[in-house]
Design a protein around this ligand. Structure first.
Ligand code: GLY
Length: 313
């Protein structure tokens, strides 16, 4: 991905990919903190360490390259320059040539309040993002999404689908930290409830290479909070009975999006993964959406359940 971004002149972090620990560590020592160590393989959103602590970053490099963290998926690491600033996610629908942004969202990636603890696949999200207006989204489209789509086209890739730009808003402007070729989780939980236009029709236009409809959005705000299982992200507990779903769904404006869940032999909902259920609330403003989401979260319970209390705070 980095080659593509550099070719497209998209503002992104300097980086190097390594299969041996010492060159990776030498490169990392040449960078200022924070240090970013990424697994170059699938790691369920947990393959990234961001830390100001050089010793921790060096241990992580050794552990990933030795296959202790993610097996063979971790045997190449990417070391990146770390950025300081708030995060932003922009999902754009692409038809191969044209791209239109959906409303921006912000994800909370660390497990603990105040952005503490290990990275997760996301603990909550909200949209709209205060301070992020059409001009910022326009900048992301012009400097990141459209050049990436054009670079893909030059490589013979007719990309039709969602390009998801994960960015940091630095003093020098938006910087891409990742692209995904899919919708984002949990951003989707807060972007799609605000979409007024028919999603299927938009996807059909994109798939046919003729995206013509400009998506329209409600002015409403949306907030989603993950109820995570005991031990998430390191070792999520399974089989714990989940209670309170009906009461949570009864809160005005609240929907539940189920994820790491299953039914036991008695038909009860039980935990079956890290993020068990998302409590998503829509309301006329962010503060009300947040209150509603946490009202819903407060009605759900299972042994060891944990969640962040500062989503969209
Ligand atoms: N929000 C992170 C992801 O979908 O990868």
């Amino acid at each position: 991905m980095k080659d593509l971004l550099h070719a497209a002149e998209v503002p992104t972090a300097g980086s190097g990919a390594f299969t041996e620990p010492q060159p990776a560590i030498d490169f990392m020592r040449s960078l200022p903190p924070p240090y970013v160590v990424k697994t170059d393989g699938l790691a369920a959103g947990k393959g990234v360490l961001v830390t100001p602590d050089l010793a921790e970053a060096e241990d992580d490099v050794r552990s990933k390259l030795a296959g202790r963290s993610f097996g063979n998926a971790g045997r190449t690491v990417v070391i990146e320059e770390g950025f300081v600033g708030p995060e932003l996610s922009v999902l754009a629908l692409c038809d191969g040539e044209r791209a239109v942004p959906l409303v921006p969202a912000r994800d909370h990636k660390r497990v603990g309040d105040g952005d503490t603890g290990p990275n997760t696949g996301g603990m909550g999200a909200f949209s709209p993002v205060p301070g992020v207006d059409d001009a910022v989204v326009g900048q992301v489209m012009d400097r990141a999404v459209l050049p990436t789509l054009a670079a893909l086209r030059r490589r013979g890739v007719d990309y039709r689908g969602v390009l998801y730009a994960g960015l940091m808003l630095t003093q020098e402007g938006p910087r891409v930290i990742e692209f995904n070729v899919r919708f984002g989780d949990p951003e989707t939980q807060v972007v799609l409830p605000r979409l007024r236009t028919d999603l299927a029709a938009l996807c059909a236009e994109a798939a046919a290479g003729g995206l013509r409809t400009e998506p329209e959005f409600e002015d409403d705000a949306a907030v989603t909070v993950a109820c995570a299982s005991k031990g998430y992200p390191a070792a999520p507990a399974v089989g714990d009975v989940v209670e309170g779903a009906e009461a949570a769904a009864a809160v005005p404006g609240v929907s539940l999006h189920w994820a790491g869940v299953d039914r036991d032999a008695e038909g009860r909902l039980v935990t079956a993964g890290g993020r068990v259920v998302w409590v998503t609330a829509v309301a006329p403003d962010l503060a009300t959406a947040r209150n509603r989401a946490y009202d819903g979260v407060g009605r759900i319970s299972f042994p060891g359940m944990h969640f962040r209390t500062d989503i969209a705070a």
